[in-house]
Design a protein around this ligand. Sequence first.
Ligand code: SF4
Length: 98
Amino acid sequence: MPINPMNSLTSITGRTGQELAWQESALCAQTGPEFFFPAPGSSTREAKQLCGACTGRRECLEYALDNDERFGVWGGLSEKERERLRRAGTATRTAEVA
Ligand code: SF4
């Protein structure tokens, strides 16, 4: 039986399917994980370009920050960029995504 990732994430995060609806149109789902989880020192440029065209970018970044995702590109930002954003606070977070 196929696993519905939306159900799994909902049970893990406690978020509703509606709050995770951005994942249904996630452009990264149409590519391989190597773009979004590159080897250390590899470019994240392609992933960030795709994120720039993704309608769920804001929600994706919020999800990554709220769930302390440490690896990969989420919402157009790398691990280091999300860490800087986390340290700068939520006011800056909104400005970066806009
Ligand atoms: S913003 Fe980027 S990482 Fe997030 S769902 Fe869209 S394509 Fe995937």
